[in-house]
Design a protein around this ligand. Structure first.
Ligand SMILES: [Zn+2]
Length: 182
């Protein structure tokens, strides 16, 4: 049961055939150069090779590619598929239109997924930044507490020295103002 090997097509002879849609299926040419052109037209990449049974459906050929006098639809020996090989070129049968829209939706979904993932990444980044800032705030608070303690103990020392008459009022005033400036 032939099916079309053009990646974006997917026509199968059990559904899309000459009887139902006038579509015929055509085996790959033997001439290596021409075969190469057909393979490129499938859009399947360099790793894909057609088998003896592989074929391309008639929707990818122009009317002039077909031998007019032939009883069955026969391609000219030099015919190369050129139509509807990429999604953007496709604008005919409803079947392939449906296919395109589902493909487009899939692409959209994929995009949405990546956008969501990007958002998650950003949220994670901000969360980490917040964590780091919180740590920094804690560190600064500890430093402030330590300095306050130092200031208090210095004041106590000064009071003690003053009480024991080791330093006079003038010196005390200088030291205190110096202390406050720090
Ligand atoms: Zn096809």
């Amino acid at each position: 049961m032939p099916s079309c090997s053009v990646l974006v097509c997917g026509n199968r002879s059990n559904v899309i055939n000459f009887k139902s849609s006038g579509v015929t299926y055509h085996r790959y040419p033997k001439c290596p150069k021409l075969k190469e052109k057909w393979m490129t037209a499938t859009g399947r990449g360099d790793d894909w090779f057609p088998t003896h049974h592989s074929s391309i459906c008639s929707t990818h050929f122009e009317e002039k590619d077909f031998q007019p006098a032939a009883k069955s639809r026969r391609l000219f020996a030099t015919a190369v598929p050129t139509l509807k090989l990429r999604l953007v070129f496709d604008n005919s049968s409803t079947k392939s239109q449906e296919k395109i829209s589902t493909k487009k939706t899939i692409i959209k979904h994929n995009n949405r997924k990546t956008i969501a993932e990007q958002c998650n990444d950003k949220i994670e980044k901000y969360r980490n930044a917040m964590k780091a800032q919180r740590l920094q705030i804690k560190r600064l608070q500890t430093m402030v507490r330590r300095y306050r303690k130092k200031v208090t103990s210095m004041k106590n020392i000064l009071t003690a020295l003053k009480n024991e008459n080791v330093i006079g009022e003038d010196h005390l005033w200088l030291l205190e103002s110096d202390n406050l400036n720090k």
